[in-house]
Design a protein around this ligand. Structure first.
Ligand SMILES: NC(=O)c1ccc[n+]([C@@H]2O[C@H](COP(=O)([O-])OP(=O)(O)OC[C@H]3O[C@@H](n4cnc5c(N)ncnc54)[C@H](OP(=O)(O)O)[C@@H]3O)[C@@H](O)[C@H]2O)c1
Length: 262
């Protein structure tokens, strides 16, 4: 399918691995110039190589920590200068630590807020002038199915991510009609983040082995498997594209059917 965004410019925060990288690759395949950021230099260089082979557009990798406001502004500014503007912003992040309510102190809550909510606020604020320039701008926030149904041992994700949904819905009204804003709610996709959560479950004794822990994640998913990150990335590219031109303000689960609420 022609997504109608060939030649557009896109930026993906925390886009050097996992769901962010899968989204950046899908946008590159659709013909976009793509900028990604992350902290680890080696991961950044690998991501640049993968993006260069995914499409014909320009690729920009920037070393930036999305919990630092100035680094986000620097990243957005570099992308705008390199590409001459931005049409699409995708926000991803690292995952907050797993654990229950009584295990979290104030610092944990504030760190999770900076990582998951303020990173989106700061990225969108920096990108807005160029996104709104000539219409057709999009924002897609990668969050989690935890905004619909809380997940045990993930209190920070359950509580803090809901702020992103309120923000996205507000942007879809305040920025219309020049910019559309949407979110995707991943279920379980096989990335480093899931590996980390499975390892935590093994450490806590909730699963005997890594394989058993991964099987637990697939348990209860109607499509009977954990998702491939590409399946999330393709949805992000579609929401960024002309093919979804009348879709704004929605939060789309990409979870193999596991969310029970309507
Ligand atoms: N995978 C899933 O099934 C799933 C399900 C629901 C929700 N999610 C959520 O979706 C988001 C992405 O998950 P993922 O599975 O793609 O994670 P991942 O595979 O661990 O990748 C995380 C990416 O974010 C970057 N990153 C982390 N912290 C950063 C920071 N402070 N500044 C800049 N970049 C940072 C990492 O690079 P560096 O470490 O080099 O910075 C890496 O590129 C997370 O918020 C996760 O909780 C994932």
């Amino acid at each position: 399918m022609d997504l109608g965004i060939d030649g557009d410019a896109a930026l993906v925060t925390a886009g050097t691995a996992g769901l962010g990288l899968a989204s950046a690759e899908a946008l590159a395949r659709a013909g976009c110039d793509v900028a990604v950021c992350g902290r680890d230099e080696e991961r950044l260089a690998d991501a640049e190589r993968r993006l260069e082979s995914a499409g014909d557009g320009e690729v920009l990798g920037v070393s930036a920590d999305i919990t630092e406001g100035e680094e986000i502004e620097g990243f957005v500014g570099d992308a705008v200068r390199s590409f001459g503007g931005l049409d699409h912003v995708v926000t991803s992040a690292g995952g907050p630590p797993s654990g229950s309510f009584l295990e979290m102190d104030d610092e944990d809550w504030y760190r999770a807020y900076d990582l998951l909510v303020m990173s989106v606020v700061r990225t969108v604020r920096a990108a807005h002038p160029t996104l709104a320039d000539d219409g057709g701008g999009t924002v897609v926030c990668i969050t989690s199915r935890s905004v619909r149904e809380v997940i045990d041992e993930l209190v920070l994700s359950n509580a803090v991510r809901r702020g992103v949904i309120g923000l996205m819905k507000t942007l879809s009204r305040e920025f219309a009609p020049a910019v559309r804003a949407n979110a995707v709610l991943p279920g379980a996709h096989e990335t480093g983040r899931i590996e980390e959560l499975v390892e935590d479950a093994v450490e806590r004794g909730d699963a005997e082995t890594y394989e058993a822990g991964l099987a637990d994640w697939a348990d209860g998913i109607p499509l009977e498997r954990v998702g491939d990150p590409t399946e999330l990335g393709e949805t992000v590219a579609w929401l960024s594209s002309e093919r979804s031109s009348y879709v704004s303000g929605v939060a789309v689960p990409v979870d193999g059917g596991s969310t029970r609420s309507v």
